[in-house]
Design a protein around this ligand. Structure first.
Ligand code: SF4
Ligand code: SF4
Length: 132
């Protein structure tokens, strides 16, 4: 979140992110592992700027489009979305993955059914416990 000076304490963090075309990206939100096969897309429906892109098995947030409004986080039924400074260590690679992969797929703004095999939050929590 931004402080009174208009900068986030994450400013340095921001410069870690690059698109495939070499463009610098600002702070963003990140879709992580729990999204796999979900695609319930409750998140995409509330995004005011169409920042979500639909990959084959998960969604990606375009960091160049995301305005950090935080709306999507509470909508995700499997807790897959994090602000980039809150991404759990084990999902660290997803920050760059979102930035890279979003450019390959079209945006999505409407809700649709999940893919077969999508896990519930309870099932993800069981799996997380088992895998650490
Ligand atoms: S609601 Fe969560 S799990 Fe479902 S598509 Fe959006 S980010 Fe992925
Ligand atoms: S934080 Fe806001 S702008 Fe960014 S992806 Fe989520 S809903 Fe869209």
């Amino acid at each position: 979140m931004k402080n009174g000076l208009g900068f986030s304490h994450l400013t340095l963090h921001n410069y870690r992110l690059w698109t495939l075309s070499g463009k610098e990206l600002p702070m963003t939100y990140v879709v992580t592992e729990h999204c796999e096969k979900c695609k319930y897309t409750d998140c995409a429906e509330v995004c005011p700027v169409e920042a979500f892109h639909e990959g084959p098995e998960i969604l990606y947030i375009n960091p160049a489009t995301c305005i950090d409004c935080n709306l999507c986080v509470a909508e995700c039924p499997v807790e897959a979305i994090f602000a980039d400074h809150e991404v759990p260590k084990k999902y660290a690679r997803y920050t760059q993955l979102n930035a890279d992969e979003c450019e390959k797929y079209p945006t999505i703004a409407e809700k649709k059914d999940a893919l077969p095999g999508a896990l519930t939050l309870a099932q993800w929590k069981e799996r997380d416990k088992a895998t650490g």
